[in-house]
Design a protein around this ligand. Structure first.
Ligand code: CA
Length: 225
């Protein structure tokens, strides 16, 4: 079964370059040329992946991703952006996208990211995971502590799932970057700290028993102590 991909890109040349390249790799590709069309198509069709340009007419790519997540569409999103500042990357990931690629990019790199996101989507399926009083549903992407559901963004959820699949193990920033973001580079360590702090606020702040611990100079560990 071939994977269906939606490309949301207003530059016709870029859109057709991506479409042609992906079709040669046996993907089924649809293209939307503005944000509103992208939102409509992304919500009404069961895509396996969405490639989302950020600067789009009618509605920008980040708003489209936010809106899709709000409407409970969890299709993985790879953002295409001309920007590479850390804040822009964080706001893109915050909006609920799963990964990003800065323009211009080599097609081989795009393809590698696409394959990686599709693989991750497939292994997402599975049984509920429990640790201490935490419970995670990998199909519905939901997390509870005790009886209380914890509202997480897509990226916070991915990080939580990585912690819960590897409890009582020290996870270095490099490991987290590779598993949750799929690659490493120096500025990513800041992003990881930012995200672990977001997660702590939601998972630990209101509870006496803390579960996410810092291992100074190394990384983080999910444990009861
Ligand atoms: Ca554009």
């Amino acid at each position: 079964m071939s994977n269906r991909i939606l490309v949301v890109e207003d530059e016709k040349k870029v859109a057709s370059f991506i479409k042609r390249g992906l079709e040669e790799e046996e993907f089924q590709v649809d293209v939307a040329y503005d944000g509103e069309e992208g939102l409509y198509m992304g919500e009404t069709n069961p895509y396996d992946l969405i490639l989302m340009d950020i600067m789009l007419p009618k509605m920008d790519g980040l708003s489209v991703v936010k809106e899709l997540r709000k409407r409970d569409v969890h299709t993985p999103v790879l953002c295409l952006t001309a920007k590479d500042a850390v804040e822009d990357i964080v706001s893109g990931l915050d909006a609920g996208s799963d990964d990003y690629l800065t323009k211009p990019f080599a097609f081989a790199e795009l393809l590698a990211r696409v394959r990686s996101l599709l693989r991750r989507g497939q292994k997402d399926r599975g049984a509920e995971i429990r640790f201490a009083d935490l419970r995670l549903d990998p199909v519905g992407h939901k997390v509870w502590r005790g009886d209380k559901e914890i509202e997480l963004t897509a990226k916070e959820y991915a990080l939580m799932e990585y912690f819960m699949r590897n409890p009582n193990q020290i996870l270095t920033r490099t490991m987290i970057a590779e598993h949750v973001w799929d690659y490493t580079f120096d500025s990513f360590t800041n992003i990881i700290d930012v995200y672990v702090n977001y997660l702590r606020k939601k998972v630990d702040r209101d509870y006496d028993k803390k579960l996410i611990h810092t291992v100074r100079g190394v990384g983080y560990v999910l444990k009861e102590d």
